[in-house]
Design a protein around this ligand. Structure first.
Ligand code: SF4
Length: 524
């Protein structure tokens, strides 16, 4: 097989010119899988150029022009940018491949714009794709392994890619690592709920941590595990065996149920500096925080728990989902405001209820009941649009509550209270920058604009009420502005997709065609 020139593009953002916070942090949001694919491609004997797009680069200057193959890794919010890039490269003969969350959530749509769309991806899927390597048009081949890979290349093996990406992080540099895939919990809205929990090997984790200490002084590790600490003792054992006290800092996403005080003591001793638990709702989704309480009782219990966490871990981001079916009236918003007051040190991150195609079993239910709106992918980042019509709210009422809770969370008073409630300098600074940047004040401005449009622009209201699928000018203009020079390369039809494609294909899940004959799915 001839040696291929392979490009790998990791899209961590959807458009040029990121916010202040994005400029500091985007390079730290790089995904692990593009680096893994880079290692596998080199092991197959090919030349690889990996580009992590943080919104500051000129994309087309960074990528070589004469590629045989271009892999793009994208979340759904970056799908239109990914489609435009693919369109451009296909014109000059490059074979394009899409992987990552968008490929898993919307394979039917992505196949229109890529030659290959990857689901679960292991080394043999990549090797088979490279052997086949040819244009598949008008519909790309859909390849998937039967499950997530059983092992991934080590940090040592992907270091040259990791190191290159980190040169783009101007101050804080976070090394992406992963020790497990899937999750044993079954939150019906989550993409990881249907992936069996699988640790990736604590011995190689130990080796990687020891390796990292030879490369960086006092590094920060960002754990990409969907739910860190499920095998808590094994994890901590690996960290303690490889890292002398005080030599490494860690950030992880973990459920509240795993963050009891004995665990927190050990996390603190091992340098864990930031933790991101999901609270989700005061009335819904209690299974992962293992509480039966709801309403104000839950607010008090969770606030106490979060304040206790802050005695051990200096930075905590609490994740909420707004607009869930268990919520109605002003109470959920008022309870969240009370929580902000009771746990002033926590940074709240809000997600609007969103259904990302095939991501989660619950999406079938939303599609069956006709509640999923066809908002272009560009807006599906949990904030710029809510693509599920809320069950118990009209849009104006919902947006009133959303604007109110966002204003309360990022008011000067809340920002000021967060400073003394946070113990150390970097978390204090992060909280202020985030609140004043796109995640705080930027969201207040955006949600307020949408709230006004609901009263003043009949096309926006009709679209959000599901009365028309014609995209309002407001959204068309935003896509045009945000994609900048890449807008001209957007393939025809890319702004529209079938929001019920998952439901429509549920009946034909059992017809995989393999190009290599070993259980890969190929839907072309
Ligand atoms: S606990 Fe977190 S990672 Fe696990 S299924 Fe629930 S939301 Fe997903």
């Amino acid at each position: 097989m001839r040696r291929l020139r392979i490009g790998i593009l990791d899209l961590v953002t959807k458009s040029p010119n990121p916010s202040l916070y994005g400029r500091i942090m985007n390079a730290n949001l790089a995904s692990i899988m593009p680096q893994v694919i880079g290692v596998w491609c080199e092991q197959e004997g090919h030349d690889v150029t990996l580009v992590c797009y943080t919104g500051l680069e000129n994309l087309l200057e960074e990528l070589p022009k004469d590629l045989d193959v271009l892999f793009v890794g994208a979340f759904t919010q970056s799908a239109l940018l990914a489609y435009a890039v693919s369109n451009l490269f296909r014109r000059t003969g490059t074979v394009t491949v899409l992987g990552g969350p968008h490929a898993r959530c919307y394979p039917e749509d992505a196949r229109k714009y890529f030659d290959y769309v990857l689901g679960f991806t292991d080394r043999s899927v990549v090797a088979e794709m490279l052997r086949d390597c040819q244009p598949h048009r008008p519909y790309g081949a859909h390849l998937s392994a039967a499950s997530q890979p059983l092992e991934l290349p080590t940090l040592r093996e992907r270091w040259k890619f990791t190191e290159a990406v980190l040169t783009k992080a101007p101050t804080i540099k976070i090394v992406p690592m992963i020790g497990s895939l899937g999750c044993p919990y079954s939150c019906a809205f989550c993409i990881d709920s249907t992936v069996e929990y699988q640790p990736l090997g604590f011995e190689s984790l130990r080796d990687d941590l020891a390796f990292l200490l030879t490369k960086m002084k006092n590094p920060i590790v960002g754990w990409h595990d969907p739910n860190f600490g499920v095998r808590f003792d094994d994890y901590m054992g690996a960290v303690e065996a490889a890292v002398p006290p005080g030599r490494m800092r860690h950030i992880a996403e973990s459920s509240l149920s795993l963050l009891a005080e004995p665990h927190l003591k050990r996390l603190k001793a091992n340098g864990f500096r930031a933790i991101l638990p999901g609270i989700e709702s005061w009335f819904d989704l209690g299974n992962k925080s293992k509480t039966r309480l709801t309403g104000m009782d839950k607010v008090r219990q969770v606030a106490d728990h979060v304040n206790m966490i802050l005695r051990y871990i200096p930075y905590i981001q609490t994740n909420f989902v707004l607009g869930l079916d268990g919520d109605r009236g002003p109470e959920p918003f008022e309870l969240t405001k009370t929580f902000i007051d009771l746990a002033p040190g926590a940074f709240p991150a809000y997600s609007l209820l969103s259904a990302f195609g095939r991501a989660a079993p619950l999406n079938l239910e939303y599609q069956r009941t006709g509640r999923v709106l066809p908002f272009p992918f560009h807006f599906l980042n949990n904030n710029h649009a809510m693509n599920v019509r809320p069950k118990n709210y009209g849009w104006p009422e919902f947006y009133d509550g959303l604007v109110d809770v966002t204003r309360h969370s990022f008011s000067l008073r809340a920002i000021a209270k967060r400073i003394p409630a946070t113990a150390t300098a970097i978390p204090k600074w992060m909280n202020v920058v985030r609140a004043m940047s796109s995640e705080g004040w930027g969201r207040i401005r955006y949600h307020t604009t949408i709230r006004k449009l609901l009263d003043t622009d009949a096309s926006v209201r009709a679209y959000m009420d599901g009365e028309t699928t014609v995209l309002p000018e407001f959204y068309v203009n935003r896509i045009r502005q945000e994609l900048g020079s890449m807008y001209q390369h957007l393939p025809e039809g890319a702004m529209y997709h079938d929001p019920n494609a998952y439901l429509a294909t549920v009946g034909d899940q059992a017809d995989p065609v393999s190009i290599g004959g070993r259980g890969k799915r190929k839907a072309s």
